[in-house]
Design a protein around this ligand. Structure first.
Ligand SMILES: [Zn+2]
Length: 434
């Protein structure tokens, strides 16, 4: 059979979707996302600087010596040192956290929080991180002390087990501290989402809506938890801002993560990364801290924690793009699964444009490889348009043109234009006030 030509050109259709952002919003989104690259590097540099400072000034060593005299029991000494070192870094890096998490988010109109709301959540998150992180580090130190030269193998296994347990309890105990999760409201949209979920083997009661608008207006959805606690959550902002078609398209993507078992495969891949990371820490530490430099006896001495943090931050510079590519690989799979499950190519293109409020639409190939953990807007829209063209050609979708619906523009662009437009004339006092 001779191939019939595609009903429309996917490249032109992609271009038409991207053009709905307009120049100003595109420039804004590019500036926000590209600024993130610098923030990424600055954050790592700051971690290295702060941990290095704590190391050179001998603070960790001082705390360790004092705890050895007072509490004497090793696990408690390690716990105490881990707690103090983490607390100090959290406090010293606070101005940076404040700028990135609050000032900058407001500058780009992405946050809906007052300073008090933001600070409250920040303090709660830091508190949980401090407690959980310190307990984890104390356990790791007990392993290092017991296994000495092979700790990086046992330590990796325990780390991944710790992560698994944490991901399992997080949706039940941690997430509800920050957001309220409710089962999705009855209606046609819910029914169609549940039908899609059930058709793909997802337990039906696992679709929740959470009040993301408490933190930001940006749209989102996610799959969280493990084993019995796995669930799909939709942001209220998605329901409010996106069309039902786009919401269904996003849910198709999330169901893809669920069905393809991504939580587990990401964990397996991350285990490999952790083993490599810990091996580098082990051998790097030996080379750097020999002859009791900085007063560190050996790797089992909690006084060396800041040095471990420095090594991890430096190695992280090189492993971060690999980690992002591991996530990207899964996101790409979920995208394709979602297109086939939801069959809403225009809805998925719409969602990709709405997500481009904070993610650069059209990066270079190298930029996307290095910095992206999700496919770019261009890639997502393009995949949708290619899929749509081929489905129409095969007669599985009714013919319709490529590109956005006539006159469609993303809501955040419309809202900004309305805000910057000259004020409308005062309504006349006689006008009815309904
Ligand atoms: Zn995803």
């Amino acid at each position: 059979m001779a191939a019939t030509p595609l009903p429309f050109n996917p490249e032109l259709a992609t271009h038409a979707w991207l053009a709905t952002m307009g120049e100003e919003a595109t420039a804004r989104s590019n500036a926000y996302f590209e600024g993130g690259y610098l923030i990424d590097f600055a954050g790592t540099a700051l971690s290295i600087l702060v941990a290095g400072l704590i190391l050179v000034l001998g603070w960790a060593r001082g705390v360790r010596t004092w705890l050895e005299k007072t509490v004497k029991w090793f696990p408690l000494v390690a716990l105490g040192v881990a707690f103090v070192v983490n607390l100090l870094s959290t406090i010293i890096t606070f101005p940076f956290t404040y700028y990135v998490g609050f000032v900058r988010e407001h500058r780009y109109d992405l946050s809906t929080q007052t300073f008090a709301e933001w600070f409250g959540e920040q303090a709660m998150g830091a508190g949980i991180g401090l407690v959980v992180g310190s307990i984890f580090l104390a356990i790791l130190y007990v392993i290092i002390r017991a296994a000495k030269n092979t700790w990086w193998i046992w330590g990796s296994l325990v780390t991944i087990a710790f992560v698994a347990v944490f991901s399992m309890v997080a949706p039940v105990f941690i997430s509800p501290l920050f957001n309220t999760y409710t089962p999705m409201e009855q209606g046609e949209l819910r029914d169609s989402i549940l039908a899609m979920a059930q058709a793909n083997g997802v337990p039906a009661d696992n679709v929740y809506v959470y009040d993301r608008s408490r933190q930001t207006n940006s749209i989102s959805a996610n799959v969280s938890g493990m084993f019995g606690t796995t669930r799909i959550s939709l942001a209220d902002t998605l329901l409010e801002r996106a069309s039902p078609e786009a919401t269904r398209a996003v849910m198709g993507h999330e169901i893809g993560h669920y069905v393809l078992g991504h939580t587990y495969s990401i964990m397996v891949m991350m285990t490999g990364m952790i083993v490599i990371m810990f091996a580098i820490v082990h051998f790097g530490f030996r080379a750097l801290a020999k002859n009791e430099r900085w007063g560190i006896r050996d790797i089992a001495d909690p006084a060396g924690l800041p040095l471990i943090m420095v090594i991890i931050a430096v190695v992280g510079l090189f492993t971060a793009p690999i980690q992002r590519n591991i996530i990207y690989f899964h996101e790409q799979q979920a995208d394709m699964f979602g297109l086939n499950a939801a069959r809403e190519p225009d809805g998925f293109a719409e969602a990709a444009v709405l997500l481009s409020e904070y993610r650069k639409m059209e990066p270079s190939a190298l930029e996307e490889w290095f910095f992206y953990d999700h496919p770019s807007g261009w890639n997502r829209v393009h995949n949708s348009m290619v899929w749509k063209a081929h489905e129409i050609q095969a007669g599985r979708l009714p013919p319709s043109p490529g590109g956005p619906p006539e006159g469609w523009r993303p809501d955040f662009v419309v809202a900004r234009e309305a805000a910057s437009a000259p004020p409308a004339a005062e309504p006349s006092p006689a006008a009815p006030s309904d």
